[in-house]
Design a protein around this ligand. Structure first.
Ligand code: SF4
Length: 127
């Protein structure tokens, strides 16, 4: 219950302080949220494959990036630089370990991709 009169109007200075605190709080919470975003992304992409949802090839982003669950089924005419060795399991974005059937992907956060899959973002995993 407020102790202020019913028609209380904050003074100019009180209004300024409230808006100053509000802006500071917003800025502070925004900085925290912004600084935590990469951490959440990292945690999400490193989550065990069992907690990830298999990537649907019909997902709009997956479609736009030409994702296929089987690298052997890549449309060669649309992707002339694709080779048989290019698979999710050899991609720098793949989060699974060698031999894992599926793993997370840094591009499709929250989803798992099969080690034999492929998309246009493929880049050789460093040795
Ligand atoms: S970025 Fe790499 S791991 Fe992710 S779907 Fe594309 S090829 Fe597979």
């Amino acid at each position: 219950m407020s102790l202020r009169p019913q028609h209380y109007q904050p003074s100019h200075e009180e209004g300024f302080m409230q808006s100053k605190i509000s802006r500071r709080d917003l800025l502070h919470s925004g900085l925290i949220a912004g600084s935590m975003a990469p951490v959440f992304g990292l945690l999400a992409s490193r989550a065990p494959a069992a907690t990830l949802t298999p990537l649907d090839p019909n997902d709009p982003t997956a479609k736009a990036l030409g994702f296929v669950a089987d690298s052997a089924k890549v449309d060669a005419s649309a992707n002339p630089t694709h080779t048989a060795a290019q698979k999710c399991g050899t991609c720098a974005q793949f989060q699974g370990k060698a031999g894992d059937a599926t793993g997370g992907c840094n591009i499709f956060v929250g989803h798992s991709v099969p080690q034999g899959g492929w998309c246009k973002v493929w880049a050789q995993k460093p040795a």
